[in-house]
Design a binder for this molecule. Structure first.
Ligand code: URA
Length: 210
């Protein structure tokens, strides 16, 4: 992936994102839209998975047909909102290994605090996709990528739904080798670190908490 930031402007993605942003969209609808949109974003973030060919026989002829290379995929959900993107991605790539990184944001400092870390073995051999719907300050995303790199990950992608310019800049500074795929780049962060116009707290909206 050549670009550091890829915005998926496909009409289906943009339409579903608009429905998710609306404040009166119900929790059930929000979850359904997130699952659908994650399938579409998964298509983009896996665009440069490594391919090889396999000799197969169709009913008419033999051919060397493209298949995914043996290198395994690892999906890493940044808790808790990452799980919303994870579910849809697992539908598309059911054999992917899955890891979780628990980071919460200290409301005062906006700095990430780690409370859970469990990832698949041999990350250095895997194509790793870290998922978190909201790239806001970039503090927790960059910290999560730091942890993945410390565990050996070399080829990493970051998938989110919405990004703020501040978060993209932070990630570019901290991890220029990690391409970001998002559905939209919003205007700014507010004083509480929320993305504006955004969609509010992604975790609260998908789990119905407050
Ligand atoms: N996390 C969220 O859930 N929403 C934001 O706008 C920023 C961070």
């Amino acid at each position: 992936m050549k670009e550091h930031l890829t915005i998926v402007k496909h009409p289906l993605v943009q339409h579903k994102l608009t429905l998710m942003r609306e404040k009166d969209t119900s929790t059930a609808k929000f979850r359904q839209l997130l699952r659908e949109i994650s399938l579409l974003l998964a298509y983009e973030v896996t665009r440069d998975l490594h391919m090889t060919t396999r000799r197969i026989e169709t009913p008419l002829a033999e051919m060397d047909a493209p298949v995914l290379e043996g290198r395994k995929l690892a999906l890493i959900s940044i808790l808790r909102a990452g799980n919303g993107l994870l579910d849809g991605m697992l539908e598309l790539i059911p054999s992917a290994r899955v890891g979780f990184i628990g980071l919460y944001r200290d409301e005062k400092t906006l700095q990430p605090v780690q409370y859970y870390f469990k990832v698949p073995a041999n990350l250095e051999e895997r194509f790793v996709i870290a998922v978190d719907p909201m790239l806001a300050t970039g503090n927790s995303s960059a910290a999560a990528i730091d942890l993945l790199k410390k565990s050996g990950a070399k080829e990493i992608r970051f998938l989110c739904l919405l990004a703020a310019p501040e978060g993209v800049a932070h990630m570019k500074e901290a991890h220029p080798d990690v391409p970001i795929v998002t559905a939209a780049l919003d205007q700014r962060l507010n004083e509480k670190g929320y993305i504006v116009p955004g969609l509010g707290d992604a975790g609260d909206r998908m789990f119905g908490t407050q």
